[in-house]
Design a protein around this ligand. Sequence first.
Ligand code: UDP
Length: 234
Amino acid sequence: MKSVRRVMIKITGEGLSSSDGCGFDDKKCMSVAKQIKSAVSKGVQVAICCGGGNFWRGRQNNIIDRYKADQIGMLATIMNCLYLAGFLKEEKIESSIYCSFECGDMVKLFNKDSAICDLKNKKVVFCAGGTGHPYFTTDTAVALRALELECDEMLLAKSIDGVYDSDPKKNKNAKKYKTIKINEMVDKKLGVVDMSCSILCMENKLPFRIFSLNDKNSIQDALTGKDIGTKITV
Ligand code: UDP
């Protein structure tokens, strides 16, 4: 029986990058690491799934075939996990990086039992490589791994600060939801997360919260139950 809180956090790639949305911004990476450290020191078991959008998103390419383009995206998620793990190490927080596919000795192949064992031993567990399959994004991977690792909650730190009734970049009158049911999100096709992620969460009754990684201390706020972003209920 698990008594300690276990949380899965998605870190979008763009949230680790500088204002042009590319590469790394060390201040942001440091801030994420410090917020994770604070959670771990309070006894929270933390799993992290990194996106890769600060390097590459398969669907944004229209030259090479999607299968290969998505493979490049999945490799980008590994780079983000390696970099963030380095920042955690500087903060004296141990971590293990698991990946959905073999990638030399840089990462370990994902294994539920050893990942859970690491979480119990106060190690942060990184889930790299997305689902390991093209045509998905890390939104779906994060839900999959949150279920596999029996997490109590799922926090999605994105570049948008919640769920809106229309795209706030295109409609300045777009309204942000404080809370919304997953089935309403699915019915209205609100595309803030992949449909496959929403459906996985709906079918397995996994609630989650979406908030902006760009808002100061947002991970910590979400972890301490502050009402930030949008709470997505089952
Ligand atoms: N990707 C994939 N399968 C997955 C997860 C990710 O093919 O299960 C690829 C896909 O090309 C995606 C890229 O990796 O665009 C980066 O992931 P994502 O777009 O989720 O990153 P984020 O935008 O959250 O940083």
